[in-house]
Design a binder for this molecule. Structure first.
Ligand code: SF4
Ligand code: SF4
Length: 384
């Protein structure tokens, strides 16, 4: 296989797993790798994004270190997965910058944009920054709606376009050799698997984190984060429909739909991301790609700050703190959008695409005959 050293190391381990097959019931990765006799670099990236890093196969493996085969699939696939974000990114030149300095870039961007908004408000509406704005449309006394919508519309369109290009690159590469036919039932299966985080349960026992005791904490926090984010997005969408469709401007009373969706979503997002940050800080280093700590933490932290500043704005929006809180919230959201196409958010997209390919492969049958299964290099050499 032509590929990076990290992809070749993952292929070595996958080849051992393909002969061993002890873990085949744990998650989608093992049935998926058993469907192929050989692996292109795109296949390795596909398998890596199918993995949820639950850690079960590491704790179950009789060939994990200090065994000479040194199989550690969660870590090998995590390294491939993180590299795949940069490999498929658009524009590609920005990806290495973010991969190396993700946390610093995210925080600096958030602070810089916050400072820009505070400066803008101070110049555009002198004396308004530290004044309470209780009436509907109070936000726009600080910054005109068109300015706010224009800035965030531009960065949102950029983020969507860049992520769509990345997804297109991933899909083309993952399907380059072992292509599968698309079908609606397979996509529906992938939606159900993604929505239930089906493979983040270590085969049923739970996900492994700081020790060899399986728990379901990470699955719960992932759920809260995903559905909290979805509710916040729904709140913004309903608010936009209110504004342009019915001429009703923010902020909305607590009982109105955008406020309810935003508050429930914000609480879920804050709890979920905080739980993920704590879980990550305790994770066994053996299970994670420590090179990508900054990039992973940056995304979760920006989501957490988006939720917390949004909730603070809801609670303190009627006080003199509103102007600074609004600038801070907008700065964090701007940074989140700008860095989305280069970090951990891509795992959600690529994972869904990987689940689609897996469901299609199963539906259309790509199983090789048992006699064609590869024999691992390590097994061959040991057997002499
Ligand atoms: S992770 Fe280890 S035990 Fe599981 S299939 Fe691979 S080699 Fe076998
Ligand atoms: S870490 Fe979990 S999801 Fe990833 S390959 Fe191992 S068992 Fe499957």
């Amino acid at each position: 296989m032509q590929g990076t050293d990290i992809q070749q190391e993952a292929e070595r381990q996958i080849t051992i797993c393909n002969s061993c097959r002890y873990c085949e019931g744990i998650c989608a990765v093992f049935p998926a790798l058993q469907m192929q006799r050989s692996f292109a670099a795109g296949d390795i990236n596909y398998l890596a994004n199918l993995c949820h890093n639950c850690g079960a196969c590491y704790h179950d493996c009789q060939f994990s270190p200090p065994h000479e085969f040194a199989v550690n699939l969660p870590k090998a696939l995590a390294e491939v997965r993180n590299d795949s974000y940069a490999q498929y990114a658009w524009p590609r030149a920005l990806a290495p910058l973010f991969a190396r300095n993700g946390l610093v870039i995210s925080v600096l961007t958030a602070l810089s944009v916050t400072a820009f908004f505070i400066g803008f408000i101070t110049l555009n509406a002198p004396g308004e920054l530290f004044r309470a704005h209780l009436s509907p449309g109070g936000f726009y006394a600080l910054m005109p709606h068109n300015t706010m919508a224009g800035l965030f519309g531009a960065v949102f369109v950029f983020a969507i376009f860049a992520m769509a290009m990345g997804l297109r690159n991933f899909w083309a590469d993952a399907n380059a050799v072992n292509s599968v036919a698309s079908s609606s039932p397979s996509i529906w299966q992938a939606i159900r698997d993604a929505g239930s985080l089906r493979y983040l349960d270590g085969g049923g026992a739970g996900c492994f984190n700081e020790d060899d005791q399986p728990r379901d904490n990470r699955r719960l926090y992932h759920h809260l984060t995903f559905y909290g984010f979805a509710l916040c997005f729904a709140a913004t969408t309903v608010g936009t429909i209110y504004h342009y469709g019915f001429g009703r401007v923010a902020p909305y009373p607590w009982w109105d739909l955008p406020a309810v969706l935003g508050t429930v979503g914000g609480i879920a997002l804050a709890v979920g991301t905080w739980g993920l940050l704590v879980a990550r800080s305790k994770r066994l280093p053996d299970l994670v790609d420590t090179r990508a700590n900054g990039m992973a933490v940056a995304f979760i932290l920006m989501l957490f700050l988006t939720a917390v500043t949004g909730l603070a704005l809801r609670v303190l929006g009627g006080t003199a703190a509103m102007g600074v809180l609004l600038a801070l919230h907008l700065g964090v959201v701007f940074s989140l959008f700008l860095t989305m196409p280069y970090g951990k958010f891509l795992h959600g997209l690529y994972r869904f695409a990987a689940l689609c390919r897996h469901a299609m492969s199963r539906r259309h049958g790509l199983n090789p005959a048992p006699a064609e299964r590869p024999v691992p290099v390590a097994v061959r050499s040991t057997d002499g």
